[in-house]
Design a protein around this ligand. Structure first.
Ligand code: GDP
Ligand code: MN
Length: 425
């Protein structure tokens, strides 16, 4: 999913007429001071990262003066939360809280619903996971007509909102429901949704995720990569997205996983499908190897698409091996994979990575033919001193054998490392 940071989501909420605190993002303590001066009075300084629980992580601070705001920002900007460095903060007017509520719209994919679902609770502020089930009130919203005021009132009354506040809340929820649909959101969570001491309602936090498939309909968002990435896209992310964006025939997913390019033990990772990907990680974890990237070529992609993914995986500069991890009896035609892999290995191994360990596991539909394509297509490289001397090809007999595959890769990659070091590389 394409996710927005809090300040971005709030800007889109404001454009849709929703009440949000007055504020602006900033990168440095000096900038924070200026924003705080512009706001006037006490402010909240909030670290902007794609992670919940920021309050608990100490990157939401409430202060009284611009100088304190700058100081708080300096502390927040020095932090890393859940592996993500805080590079930006949102400075906004401090809200005087009377009560915090929880409110979100998500997609309810259950057969009987298949619609957006509103969740509301009077227990706002904390993670929804820690709110008792009986305190969360849910309503499936009609996807054609949206949330009606009477349904919102009904839900809010059940949740325990006082009668005299019902119309004010219902009004906002119906507006929020329209916003959710207008932006093609997958998730729109406002937690806390605040009633101020003055009696106004305001969206104090915002988690907005856009349905990846709808990103093309929203050029205004300027989303470059319609994917759920943990941070700023890397070169590999752009390459991966370019493969997917230009060819809808099957999945050709490729994404960065924090490969540092200098440490040993990284394997160019090419699983086929989500279940395979988990088993492949098991294979690597068991022997202390690491995936350089994440990938997935499933859903019967064409050979040209698999070729582009495999080539990008193999081109990563300092990998100690390549794993084609077909840990599933795939019912896609596996010979597309076989053709693609033969072409890539023939291009890469002789000139760029002679001797690179390549463990190729391919099972399922057209397995015999596929393995034959690999064997004959790579035979001349696989001689004792050939550039493909560490290619190993396996089929269904090893389909769930993560231990075996991990151990083969470990052994081969150690040999390869030692050989490279002996050559002073
Ligand atoms: P999260 O922990 O990542 O969900 O970050 P939130 O934006 O939800 O902030 C966490 C908590 O900080 C909220 O539940 C509020 O209790 C508190 N908080 C955030 N902004 C303000 C504010 O402007 N005024 C006050 N008084 N509290 C705030
Ligand atoms: Mn929150």
């Amino acid at each position: 999913m394409a996710r927005f940071l809090e300040y971005q989501g709030k800007a889109w909420l404001a454009k849709a007429g929703m009440p949000v605190p007055k504020g602006r993002p900033a990168f440095t303590p000096e900038e924070v001071k200026e924003v705080a001066e512009w706001i006037g009075g006490p402010v909240a300084v909030k670290g902007q990262v794609q992670a919940g629980g920021r309050g608990k992580a100490g990157i939401v601070k409430l202060v009284n003066t611009p100088e304190e705001a700058a100081q708080a920002a300096a502390e927040i900007l020095a932090k890393t939360v859940k592996g993500l460095p805080v590079q930006q903060v949102l400075v906004e007017e401090k809200i005087n809280i009377k009560k915090e509520f929880y409110c979100s719209f998500v997609v309810n994919g259950a057969r009987e619903a298949r619609s957006p679902m509103l969740m509301f609770s009077t227990e706002g502020g904390m993670d929804i996971e820690s709110v008792p089930e009986e305190k969360i009130f849910k309503f499936n919203v009609d996807p054609l007509f949206g949330l009606q005021t009477y349904d919102a009132v009904d839900l809010l009354a059940k949740a325990g909102v006082p009668a005299k506040e019902l119309s004010k809340f219902a009004n906002l929820l119906t507006k929020l429901s329209k916003t959710y649909q207008k932006y093609d959101c997958q998730t729109l969570e406002i937690n806390p949704f605040i009633m101020t001491a003055e009696g106004d309602l305001i969206c104090a936090d915002c988690k907005m995720e856009i349905d990846n498939s709808a990103v093309g309909r929203h050029p205004e968002f300027e989303i470059e990569i319609a994917r759920d990435l943990p941070g700023v896209p890397t070169e590999l992310d752009y390459i991966g997205w370019s493969i997917e964006e230009t060819d809808a025939r099957g999945t050709g997913f490729l994404m960065n996983m924090g490969y540092d390019e200098v440490s040993p033990g990284y394997i160019g990772y090419h699983p086929i499908g989500g279940g395979s990907a988990m088993m492949g990680l098991d294979a690597l974890n068991q022997v202390g190897l690491k995936p350089a990237n994440y990938a997935d070529t499933s859903g019967n992609p064409v050979a040209s698409k698999i070729y582009r993914v495999a080539k990008s995986v193999l081109a990563q500069p300092n990998i100690d091996g390549y794993l084609l991890g077909g840990f599933m009896m795939a019912n896609q035609e596996q010979w597309h994979h076989a053709h693609a892999i033969v072409k890539v290995l023939r291009e890469i191994l002789p000139t760029q990575k002679p001797g690179l360990p390549c463990v190729l596991l391919l099972c399922g539909n057209r397995e015999d033919e596929s393995l034959e394509i690999l064997r004959t297509g790579l035979a001349d490289l696989m001689t004792v001193n050939g550039p493909g001397r560490r290619i190993e090809i396996y089929g269904k007999e090893h389909v769930t054998d993560t231990k075996f595959v991990g151990e083969r890769l470990l052994l081969l990659s150690k040999e390869y490392r030692a050989e490279k070091e002996a050559q002073g590389k």
